[in-house]
Design a protein around this ligand. Sequence first.
Ligand code: 13P
Length: 251
Amino acid sequence: MRKPLIAGNWKMNMTDAETKKFLDNLKSLEISDNVEACIISPFTSLKTLNELLKDTDISTGAQNMYYEDSGAFTGEISPNMLKDLGIDYVIIGHSERRTIFKEDDELLNKKIIAALSHNLKPILCCGENLEQRENKIQEKVVENQIRSDLKGITEKELYSKLVIAYEPIWAIGTGKTASSDDAQSMCKFIRNLLTEMYSEEFAHSVRIQYGGSVKPENVAEIMSKDDIDGALVGGASLDTESFSKLINYEK
Ligand code: 13P
């Protein structure tokens, strides 16, 4: 059984003081055992996040990292720095990194290899833009991303660590959610692709999230689909009450 992973990607939001306030409010709210909840904050809040969540079941994640352990890479954060803080997950290849910061698949492949070798669980993001969907090449786009980003990585290395997040770019921050059927169809396509690349058992063990305008009002419908094992949530994860509703969604 795949335990759903509902993760809040805070993006470039929340100061350290705001993080403390968010977590303080969260303490008084109920957290369901049926899902794994995770908060993915900016680097500047990770220490606070980890300290304040260490006695809870809520996991923590970073939004990016570089692939080298140390050295002259001004402005970058290494996998061992994240591991040292006790971070569980790291997002690799978010569409905002791919488009705004021009991260390509070759770089992302190196980042995934580095994350795995430091025992960090990569949340690999993939997804097409509007033009690609209108041209009906979304499956090809996602297939190319996944094949290139996982190039040379074995099933053994990925086992119980890899999470894939399907985030169609046109649905991010736009209020336009993919229909739950379209999201399911792509998540199923990704699982079939993993079966081609690896074993069926492995493909069925990987959690595949949907991301793009997920909110308390639509999370249950999205989560009702067979191949969707969680959500990666931006805007709606920034408010404690809304985040709590997301992780306690009613089946
Ligand atoms: P929104 O939920 O704000 O659309 O963001 C989705 C996302 O990019 C999560 O990584």
